[in-house]
Design a protein around this ligand. Structure first.
Ligand code: SF4
Ligand code: SF4
Length: 147
């Protein structure tokens, strides 16, 4: 079944009326405790093209191998290597990995109302702002799960 079909056949999800989210650019999900931001070869190619450098250089300078694949490295303060604290922005925003693009609609975050409420506690943009449709949310969750 394609991702498109998965999204369009989800009719009984608890978030059928959609969920609100608009990023406040607080930076919490790009900073703080160490974590994993998984990147595929295709994403690395897009990042390299965006930065105007060789994909091998991007792989070497900005990523490392981890248990389940390749992940972005962090700055000394724990911020993602691509986070600009002064500008409060992702420096590769248009080509950021799918994990970043689909937040906060990750499967675990939208599994039930309790999980979503917990997500709203850690992400100030979740639960307010633009209303995302159920299909959009399911599509994002599915895209994340397929990684
Ligand atoms: S935690 Fe939420 S509001 Fe803050 S930068 Fe991340 S997505 Fe945006
Ligand atoms: S790639 Fe960009 S959006 Fe993703 S964690 Fe790093 S700074 Fe944040």
């Amino acid at each position: 079944m394609s991702a498109e079909n998965v999204a369009s056949t989800e009719t009984s999800v608890w978030y059928a009326d959609g969920l609100r989210f608009t990023c406040t650019r607080c930076g919490a999900c790009c900073t703080g405790a160490p974590g994993y931001v998984w990147v595929t070869d295709e994403e690395l190619e897009r990042i390299a093209e965006f930065l105007g450098c060789d994909v091998r250089e991007v792989r070497h300078r900005y990523t490392k191998r981890a248990r389940a694949g390749r992940t972005l490295i962090e700055q000394e303060n724990g911020d993602c290597v691509f986070y600009d604290r002064q500008g409060k922005a992702c420096t590769i925003y248009p080509v950021r990995p799918v994990q970043c693009r689909t937040w906060p609609f990750w499967p675990g975050n939208v599994a039930n109302p309790q999980a979503w409420a917990a997500t709203c506690q850690i992400c100030p943009g979740a639960g307010r702002g633009r209303l995302h449709s159920a299909d959009e949310i399911t599509q994002a969750a599915h895209e994340t799960k397929m990684r």
